[in-house]
Design a protein around this ligand. Structure first.
Ligand SMILES: [Zn+2]
Length: 188
């Protein structure tokens, strides 16, 4: 139990630091601009919604540890908004992107288990389910998804939330199935 809690806290902290750290790359991009005030993103409705969307995608892991970290990752990615408090010019929502997903997967797996594919899947599903709720919850479906290759916000209509969530569930489902297959192979 203790190691489970420490795993959740450590992976969550690293994910949070990575997301905040990656947002600084946005200061280097030519498309940078004044950042919107981040205080709107800190209300309970937002946090609860992101957590719920993450937990739903993570549920397919059928493992408490990975369900919980997917929910936590889905909330903590918004630490990339904190850079707005520094009053610098940057590109907003840097971590709402495939590049950040890739970095998070690689760094988390190197740090906590090179063969822990579920951890990598939790990071990716956390990002995707976060994008899903942002798209669902209002005029917020704007992400620099392909940064640093295409440094503009891509706008998604509200209805597209379902595709992000389905993608998150599909990734978790695929990795869970593959991991289970491997376990039974090892047992036989
Ligand atoms: Zn967000």
């Amino acid at each position: 139990m203790r190691t489970e809690i420490s795993f959740v806290i450590k992976t969550g902290l690293l994910f949070c630091v990575l997301s905040a750290g990656f947002s600084f790359v946005g200061m280097l991009l030519p498309e940078r601009g004044l950042l919107p005030n981040p205080s709107g993103g800190l209300n309970l409705h937002e946090i609860g919604g992101h957590m719920l969307w993450g937990l739903v995608a993570g549920a397919v892991f059928l493992s408490a540890r990975y369900i919980i970290i997917t929910g936590i990752f889905a909330v903590l990615i918004d630490s990339d908004h904190l850079i707005a408090l520094l009053h610098v010019d940057a590109l907003s929502r840097m971590s709402h992107s495939f590049a950040f997903s890739a970095i998070a997967i690689v760094v988390l797996m190197i740090s906590f288990g090179r063969r822990d594919y579920k951890l990598g899947a939790a990071a990716f599903a956390g990002v995707l389910s976060h994008l899903s709720f942002d798209t669902f919850a209002g005029n917020d479906g704007k992400f620099p998804l392909f940064v640093p290759f295409y440094n503009h916000q891509i706008i998604f209509p509200n209805i597209d939330w379902i595709y992000f969530e389905i993608a998150a569930i599909a990734i978790v489902g695929t990795v869970t199935l593959l991991a289970r297959r491997k376990e039974t192979q090892v047992q036989n």
